[in-house]
Ligand binder design. Sequence first.
Ligand code: KG4
Ligand code: ZN
Length: 352
Amino acid sequence: MSNFANLVVDESTVILAIETSCDETAAAVVMGGNDVLSSVVSTQIDLHAQYGGVVPEIAGRAHLDLLNPVIAQAIRESGIDERRINAVAATHGPGLIGALLIGVSAAKALALTWEVPYIGVNHLEAHLYAGLLEDPTLEMPLVVLLVSGGHTMLIEMRGHGQYKLLGRTIDDAAGEAFDKVARFLGLGYPGGPAIDAIARTGDPRAISFPRAMMHDGLDFSFSGLKTSVINYVRNNPAANTADVAACFQEAVVDVLVSKSRKAADLIGAKGLVLGGGVAANSLLRERFMEMCESEGRRGLLPSRAMCTDNAAMIGSAAWYRWRSDGPTTLDSGAFPNLRLPLLDSTWARGKN
Ligand code: KG4
Ligand code: ZN
């Protein structure tokens, strides 16, 4: 195989990107880091819903069945010939090992066949790029609130690949809290969209749930809130589910938005960006933008499709990583516990 070290990565560079870290099978064709030529997402939600959460074994098998047709569709919809593809990227962590391996193996096989580089992408870094993908003119430093099913972090983005951790959850991730509360309320899986929908008909002032660590630095805690909701419903069996959902959501959003504002003040951010699946939440989107406006800071909400797992963000992050670090070697594997690479790595072992 040829040596790819001398390849130029520029605005015309086309990357086929693959995402299979959890329960979405996705492929996209992205040119120059932010021009999305196609983005296809095939969700497995229906397959997992009957079990109340993602079943790793089922996810791996479904990726295997779905990936080839999804890749073919992404190439077809991009309108380009596959010979025009300059590299193949895939999420190589964090995520479910059996699921990650399907995407990584497919990407390497295609890279070998087409004699182009393979680029392994950090899924968390890709979520940070969802906002920039839609508006590459955003100036740094940025505060990115990354809220997904497995992570809740406030990140200072100083430049491409330059991240500082400002705050993180000390227990449950925000999405995990949405999913657990929804499950307890009998709203099904995934919980975030279900709570988002039913909360619209509830009274957000009906019940006062705690805002943990509200005035205590930039870290978050959501497990006490989840317990409060459960205790409240047990003690008030006739409680209106829409009211409970609305008040729970209000408490989560209050803390997320208040800490994002503090983080932006702390670093003098030029802008604030939302990322991760919970960034699809209607109330969070509304309050986040209201806060940015009242603070006189630029706010960016990636479209909902870009917030939840997709391969366009993988293609974008891959372009920047390839430009700075070069391609990934083919003997590199999948990393279920991969972390976001931080400038200040003194905090190295905690959950992020
Ligand atoms: O980023 P993502 O698609 O997958 C991970 O990398 O974790 O995030 C999934 C999480 C789930 O917990 C889901 O309930 C939550 O995002 N989510 C939402 C909404 N849509 C998805 N949470 C609140 N409101 C929503 N509209
Ligand atoms: Zn994700």
